[in-house]
Design a protein around this ligand. Structure first.
Ligand SMILES: *Cc1c(COP(=O)(O)O)cnc(C)c1O
Length: 543
């Protein structure tokens, strides 16, 4: 076969550049075939098809085929890779902060993939660049930034959003670090419930993880403000430069929300007192919590959407912290978590657009780009090519839901979470650990028949005489988890999760907890009741 024959087949595998109605239908049909085959993998269970053993050693030895396959063959092959995938939208999945994705957000991803805009420059992305700016405008105003003064950029994940925050902070504390490198007296602060990406970032940026100062949290999983102040003073007295204070709203495991108002006031006091020539940058890692800002102007008193009183309290409880997001210098937002889009859709917002300019390269460093046009984020982004998928997916959902839809979906999953807690609190064998945190994640522990769960929690967490008991109950909860999930595998019950270390006890031992993370709008009352039933059943089983 000459290459020309092969080329004919290759051309058929692309959408046609000029409309060809027969081929256009073939394209749509190919998509539909893929989706049909995925639907065939659905059963009543919360995962697709069968659980297949994975053999990574063999996978490594895979080689490329000699000749071409067809679109149909490749489709069937690819669909096969979805075998065993969790259906994150399934009401019987309460495992982790992985969102089910809406149809419009997938269409956003598809459209951006179809014509491949590159957000480095509006020359390469046209109105898709405008879409990015519209999303920046909408979310800025949701959290309370002034849209004229604010700016932002989509980046490679929640980790990327915090990376931008810290990077801008370095340039404020030590201007010119981009050229000269980072001095060795730079420190960053985060709470011990903050995300491990802070360690990643300080490591990769060359600050060094040794210079990441981790502040303990209160029992509410919030950064301990007294210790934070002590440590900030300590660092400044030692002549250190503070590149950033990373606040977390909410924490991944427990939805703890740091107090931004107090942190900002603390910073201002220290700037005056130590006569600093820069304002230490405060970044809010709100990749999960940002979505609650749709309740900033909700009338909790008249409660027009009709949430239960417990839900209203939980929403208001989260809002009292989330509504301060506008006080800080930058905020990380993941649409792929509480915004129900596919990965990756992460946005870092900055309160003052000049902060992003601190990261700008000179025109001479990029001679082949950015000669004209109005929008050139590629001049300061870490990425060169940047996909349009994230912004279009985010825009799709913001338009789909509107503020009211966002309130309804978040309100519902918070309502289901509160219902779960109500049930867990209604049994003597189970106890909720993160009662003071009002998100959609519940950490709880079960105790064997005969244990006084009213006393035991405090004893095990605070008194090292109870260490053996704590450790025994750590294993006990692991076993409960194994039982509940093996039942779920068989179609009886709900998949939940665990954490090996919800917090440390006062004497330094990890507390294992069972975890329910509700993110599916399909979860309903019976599904949360089932969680409790299955845990109690496991308890009976092990007695
Ligand atoms: C998930 C998460 C991150 C990391 O975000 P990615 O989008 O996974 O990179 C950072 N911080 C918090 C609090 C998170 O929950």
């Amino acid at each position: 076969m000459t290459y020309r024959n092969i080329l004919d087949k290759i051309r058929l595998a692309f959408p046609q550049p000029v409309s060809d109605t027969i081929h256009d239908s073939y394209f749509i049909h190919s998509m539909m075939r893929a989706l049909d085959q995925v639907d065939d993998l659905k059963t009543h269970l919360p995962f697709l098809g069968n659980m297949v053993e994975t053999d990574f050693d063999t996978a490594k030895k895979t080689t490329i085929e000699d000749s071409m396959s067809t679109v149909e063959e490749v489709t069937t092959d690819l669909v096969g890779y979805l075998q065993g995938m969790t259906i994150f939208g399934h009401p019987r999945t309460q495992q982790n902060v992985v969102a089910p994705t809406t149809i419009p957000s997938m269409i956003g991803v598809l459209l951006a993939s179809l014509h491949n805009p590159n957000l480095a420059w509006d020359e390469f992305s046209r109105l898709v660049a405008l879409a990015e700016v519209e999303v920046i405008g909408m979310t800025s105003q949701l959290i309370g930034y002034q849209p004229e003064q604010a700016s932002g950029v989509f980046t490679f994940g929640g980790t990327g959003t915090t990376l931008y925050g810290v990077k801008m902070g370095i340039e404020k504390a030590c201007p010119g670090s981009i050229q000269h490198g980072i001095p060795d007296d730079v420190v960053v602060f985060v709470s011990d419930a903050g995300h491990y990406c802070a360690a990643n970032i300080t490591g990769w940026l060359g600050i060094g993880t040794d210079n990441l100062i981790t502040i303990p949290t209160t029992v509410e999983n919030e950064i301990d403000l007294e210790i934070l102040e002590q440590e900030l003073r300590h660092a400044l007295t030692d002549g250190k430069k503070i590149a950033a204070i990373i606040a977390t709203l909410g924490t991944t495991d427990a939805f703890g929300l740091d107090n931004l108002m107090k942190i900002v006031v603390m910073r201002e006091t220290l700037v005056d007192e130590f006569k600093l020539d820069y304002h230490p940058h405060i970044h809010a890692d709100a990749v999960i919590g940002w979505a609650w800002s749709v309740f900033n102007h909700y009338d909790f008193e008249s409660n027009p959407l009709g949430f239960r009183p417990r839900t209203v309290r939980a929403l208001a409880g989260a809002c009292r912290r989330i509504r301060d997001l506008h006080l800080v210098d930058s905020v990380g937002i993941d649409f792929h978590k509480t915004g129900f889009t596919p990965y990756i859709s992460s946005l870092v917002l900055v309160k003052d657009k000049n902060d992003l300019d601190r990261l700008k390269r000179t025109r001479e460093q990029m001679p082949y780009l950015y000669h004209f046009g109005q929008y050139k984020p590629g001049m300061y982004t870490l990425e060169t090519s940047r996909s349009g998928t994230g912004p279009l997916a985010a825009l799709a959902n913001l338009k789909l839901f509107g503020e009211e839809g966002m309130r309804a979906i978040l309100g519902h999953i918070v309502e289901m979470t509160q219902l779960l807690r109500e049930h867990l609190e209604g049994h003597e064998g189970t106890t909720v650990l993160n009662k003071a945190n009002f998100g959609t994640v519940t950490l709880f522990r079960a105790y064997p028949v005969g244990v006084d769960t009213f006393e035991i929690k405090r004893q095990e967490f605070e008194d090292d005489a109870f260490k053996d008991s704590l450790l025994a109950h750590n294993s006990y909860n692991q076993e409960i988890f194994n039982y509940v999930n093996s039942e779920a595998m068989e179609g009886r019950g709900v998949f939940i999760s665990t954490t090996d270390c919800y917090r440390h006890t006062s004497y330094g031992e990890p507390i294992v907890a069972l975890k329910s993370f509700i993110l599916s709008p399909f979860v309903d009352e019976e599904d949360v009741e089932t969680v409790v039933e299955k845990v109690l059943e496991a308890r009976e089983h092990m007695a």
